[in-house]
Design a protein around this ligand. Structure first.
Ligand SMILES: C[S@@+](CC[C@H](N)C(=O)[O-])C[C@H]1O[C@@H](n2cnc3c(N)ncnc32)[C@H](O)[C@@H]1O
Length: 666
């Protein structure tokens, strides 16, 4: 395989932060795999006097600086000549506006002040509420017009995946990278140390204010020392944060007031930027050292001396500080609303999660300073967690998406496990017994004609893989799928099971105990089956790939029956299906469930859709991924009609369909 010419577009802010280090490492990794990768910068350091031909006066700019910055970047991105690349990867917004027809995006955030931080941005007083509402609507419109041209989204964390789904209604492929900060090997942690480290840019909403206030509330430690905070990093809020320290020192009542839920005031308001704000006139408390920006050596020394690392930021895109703390073998505290930071941490296992208040953070600090055993166990688990996030996997995923977007199939990304040819079912006697009668005793929605067709389609497959179902109920179809498995193939089932309060449309009711009894009765071996109590709206394709140990050759979508859930579930199934896999969709044409039809039609028009519909038998509609497979499967259905079933040829959105339904007398 010859390497790709990949262009990675990125706004150039003239600084090297975590994202820049990550992109540099990504470029080097892709180059080592034979690709030629260029970073294409969109200059964000020079503000032009006009945008799209309109002069931007200083008054206008002051009125809404972020909006004009967005437009400037949009214009510059659209002017890039990218035609020399096989494939282009957009990164930070709005580089997805680039002109290239093989475009995908590595996403960490939206233009956040126009999305998830819009309300906070207004509440902080940075902008007039009406002006911001107009700008937000305009930005979202420009973005949504551009999205259909982006073929795939890689999401840097679950937090980002959720935002992509919430704001743009697009699914994404999970991508996680390990630590990229150049740090020395960890030094031994002094159990008597009470130095508390926070490394963060001092910008809204990194919430270094919470760290400072927490340091005022920590108690004397068993070592006899009071903890001392070290705040590393510069930024536009540095003066405000230092002044806060002096003010809290002088006003214990104020500290009392903001130690709990009221603490939002200190990081939400603009402080330094608000009219009439003056730094507090008083000495620093001495409880925190404000180091500002420091050399790498100084930062390394502070890590070496630290007992605990605190990462107080709000809803981060990813958890770089957690990765750094783990690499330096220091216990880490994050906040419950820390987004990507928090999703890396399991409370009490590999770190602590505190409420975002000074008091809660102070308590967590005290706990770690006074309990060296706990600190040591968090460090040990953190080291393991860090080792489980591997560059090779991040590169596999990125490379696979680049190859697919470029029109060259990936030989990575779980496809490696695809080489296995399709094999016969491991338990033919059990399969026969279930298919010819056993399944009637299992409550559910599978007609004998659909069961018959699924068996015939399975026999005609050429590529091996797992089988999966979203929406298992009592297992009527799932048991059939499991019995169609060859040796080494697994059947993965997702259902809400006991979480029925999340069942928004009441389409069936998963029952794990009944399902287990039915599986046993049908003779399905325990080791063939993986069952997960899961809302499919929180499921990622990568989860399915992992549980199914590779791609899936038969995937039944029969969970929630709303348009939104159907679209989500089809997207997941599409991402993990083998090239000749068969996707089985329930109720696409059912009078009582119009949402499924709506979701299916929406998904079939979605830019990321690779599904080709080829047949309908009773309540099941079938899809596959290649024209050749669709042809083959239509012949299978045509040559194996079920008794008393009429066959008709038609089309669905341009694809030939073989339709079959019960018709007495046939
Ligand atoms: C129509 S039944 C499935 C029937 C089953 N495939 C059969 O062969 O009989 C739908 C199932 O989807 C489950 N479900 C509903 N919403 C879901 C969601 N968002 N995520 C996962 N499962 C869901 C329900 O608990 C229920 O068991």
């Amino acid at each position: 395989m010859t390497g790709l010419k990949i262009g990675i577009i990125k706004p150039d802010y003239g600084v090297t932060g975590g994202f820049e280090l990550h992109v540099n490492a990504l470029v080097a990794g892709l180059a080592s795999r034979g690709h030629s990768v260029s970073l294409v910068g969109v200059d964000a350091t020079v503000r032009p006097p006009s945008v799209y031909g309109y002069p931007v006066t200083p008054v206008l700019r002051e009125w809404h600086d972020e909006y004009f910055r967005y437009l400037e970047l949009a214009e510059r991105t659209q002017q890039l000549d990218l035609q020399g690349f096989d494939v282009v990867c957009a990164t930070q917004p709005p580089t997805y506006l680039a002109n290239h027809n093989r475009l995908f995006a590595l996403t960490y955030h939206h233009y956040r002040v126009f999305y998830d931080l819009a309300d906070e941005f207004v509440a902080a007083g940075f902008v007039d509420a009406d002006a911001h509402a107009h700008a937000t609507a305009a930005v979202r419109q420009i973005d949504s017009d551009a999205l259909p041209r982006v073929r795939s989204f890689l999401a840097g964390s679950d937090t980002v995946a959720e935002r992509l789904r919430r704001y743009w209604n697009v699914g994404s492929i999970g991508y996680r990278h390990p630590n990229v900060t150049d740090l020395p090997p960890a030094s031994d942690r002094d159990p008597a140390s009470s130095e508390i480290l926070c490394v963060s840019r001092q910008e809204w909403p990194k919430r270094t204010e919470l760290f400072v206030a927490a340091m005022h509330l920590t108690a004397a430690q068993r070592s006899g020392n009071r903890p001392i905070g070290h705040l590393v990093g510069g930024g536009s809020r540095a003066n405000f944060v230092a002044s806060l320290d002096a003010e809290l020192s002088a006003k214990p009542n104020e500290l009392q007031r903001i130690q709990g839920d009221e603490s939002g005031e200190i990081w939400r308001n603009m402080g330094i930027f608000s009219k009439g704000w003056r730094p507090f006139d008083g000495p620093p408390s001495g409880r925190i050292h404000f180091h500002g920006r420091v050399s790498d050596e100084k930062r390394n020394d502070l890590y070496a001396a630290a007992a605990v690392v605190v990462a107080p930021a709000l809803d981060e895109d990813y958890g770089l500080t957690v990765l750094e703390a783990w690499q330096q073998q220091r216990p880490v505290i994050v906040c419950s609303d820390g987004g990507g930071l928090t999703e890396l941490v399991q409370h009490g296992e590999n770190g602590l999660i505190a409420e975002p208040t000074p008091f809660a953070i102070a308590q967590a600090i005290d706990r770690l300073c006074n309990n060296p055993e706990l600190a040591a166990s968090l460090v040990a688990a953190g080291t393991e967690s860090l080792a489980s996030i591997r560059w090779s996997e991040a590169l596999d995923t990125f490379e696979a998406v680049a190859l697919t977007t470029a029109g060259r199939r990936s030989d990575n990304y779980a496809d490696a496990r695809l080489s296995a040819p399709h094999q016969s079912p491991a338990l033919p006697a059990e399969l026969e017994a279930y298919a010819t009668g056993g399944f009637y005793s299992v409550e559910g929605w599978l007609s004998p004609a659909s069961a018959h067709s699924i068996q015939r389609l399975s026999e005609a497959q050429m590529i091996g893989g797992g089988v999966a179902e979203i929406g298992v109920h009592h297992g009527r179809l799932f048991i059939l799928l499991a019995l169609l498995c060859a040796r080494d193939e697994v059947a993965v089932g997702f259902d809400l099971f006991e979480r029925q309060d999340e069942n928004v449309d009441g389409s069936g009711r998963g029952d794990r105990e009944q399902l287990d009894r039915n599986l046993l009765e049908a003779g399905v071996p325990e080791e063939t089956v993986v069952l997960v109590a899961q809302n499919s709206m929180d499921l990622q394709p990568a989860d399915v790939l992992e549980l199914a140990r590779g791609r899936v050759r038969l995937f039944s979508v029969d969970g929630g029956h709303t348009a939104e859930i159907t679209m989500n579930d089809l997207w997941i199934a599409d991402r993990v299906l083998t090239h000749d896999g068969v996707l089985i969709l329930d109720d696409a044409f059912n009078t009582m469930w119009p949402g499924v039809g709506e979701g299916m039609h929406n998904y079939l028009r979605h830019p990321q859709c690779e599904l080709i519909p080829f047949g309908i038998v009773a309540n099941k509609t079938f899809f596959t991924k290649s024209e050749a497979a669709a042809d083959r499967y239509r012949s299978v259905l045509a040559s194996h009609p079920y008794e008393n079933h009429l066959i008709r040829e038609d089309e669905l959105l341009g694809s030939p369909m073989l339709c079959s339904q019960f018709a007495p007398g046939h």
